[in-house]
Design a binder for this molecule. Structure first.
Ligand SMILES: C[S@@+](CC[C@H](N)C(=O)[O-])C[C@H]1O[C@@H](n2cnc3c(N)ncnc32)[C@H](O)[C@@H]1O
Length: 280
């Protein structure tokens, strides 16, 4: 861990290790962001040799997030959001998307990466309907006991819990299942759970080959990264009702009753799947 202050766009924070890549910063670089270091960019260059569609995956994920949050705020009437594993602030963050629909919408962001915590708190200083909680999402009991989250859930109003590209950073499947189900169980009736996740279809096709090569190359930097089958990803929703079109590649996802809006390049190997479920 370097103890050097980070000086990035005027923001100074301690405790950030710039010598090792961080998932949040590599992803930020893939999205064209500036909050990254040479260690992140070096890993990204390696990833690009294997998966040149990486920036398309990242952009498709952010488009999905925008579509889902807008639909939840506009059509489903959700006013309370938890963005768990929020990542570094980017062009349009969950509170900006939701508040465009409903100025009253509030968001609690959660992440455990020190870079995200520093930048997230700085971004949110000027918005009194957002909060940032630094927490490890693999410890649901601790996260759910956090006063801001506990009070939000105790209020009983439907909440949208978004876990975008986060649960695949937990290596053990049974543990991931347990974690997802604990969060789902804590949500008030009428709440929503929205997940995107790295997927290995396991059909012997081009994505299987890609995933194997990718995992081999990032295992030192991201040892807990896990691509999972569609069935496994679907099970993360527990007994919540998965809305149409189900757990599908992001290029095929559309809002319930709607249609696909994505202008998705046809030569992209789809390795990111997503779905939205509602708690009765
Ligand atoms: C690839 S980024 C995704 C960011 C954002 N959710 C999105 O989809 O655009 C994954 C984020 O999950 C966070 N994360 C991974 N494991 C976590 C954990 N155990 N607790 C909290 N955050 C975690 C990382 O720090 C990173 O910011």
């Amino acid at each position: 861990m370097t103890d050097q202050p980070m000086n990035n766009g005027g923001l100074v924070a301690f405790g950030i290790d710039t010598t090792r890549p961080s998932v949040a910063r590599v992803y930020d670089y893939a999205l064209g962001g500036k909050d990254n270091y040479e260690s992140d960019r070096e890993l990204y260059r390696q990833i690009m040799k294997i998966a040149p569609e990486t920036p398309e995956w990242a952009k498709a994920n952010r488009r999905w997030l925008n579509t889902v949050i807008t639909w939840l705020a506009e059509e489903a009437g959700v006013r309370r959001f938890i963005d768990a594993g929020s990542g570094l602030p980017t062009a349009e963050n969950t509170h900006q998307i939701a508040q465009k629909v409903n100025a009253d919408a509030s968001v609690i962001y959660i992440d455990n990466d020190p870079s995200v915590v520093a930048h997230g708190r700085a971004l949110l200083l000027d918005n009194d309907r957002t909060q940032f909680t630094a927490a490890d999402l693999t410890k649901p009991e601790e996260v759910l006991a956090d006063p801001s989250i506990r009070d939000l859930l105790a209020a009983g109003e439907p909440v949208a819990l978004v876990m975008a590209l986060m649960l695949h950073h937990i290596a053990d499947y049974e543990q991931t299942l347990d974690i997802a189900r604990k969060y789902a169980a804590a949500l008030p009736p009428g709440s929503y759970l929205a997940i995107t996740h790295a997927c290995n279809p396991g059909d012997g096709g081009p994505v299987d080959v890609l995933v194997a090569e990718l995992l081999e190359n990032v295992k030192d930097a991201f040892p807990t990264l896990a691509f999972r089958s569609v069935e496994q990803i679907s099970s993360l929703f527990g007994d919540l009702e998965i809305l149409e079109p189900g757990v599908v590649p992001l290029s095929e996802w559309h809002v319930p009753g709607g249609r696909v809006e994505d202008e998705h390049p046809t030569d992209i190997r789809d390795a990111i799947f997503g779905g939205v479920a509602r708690k009765a």
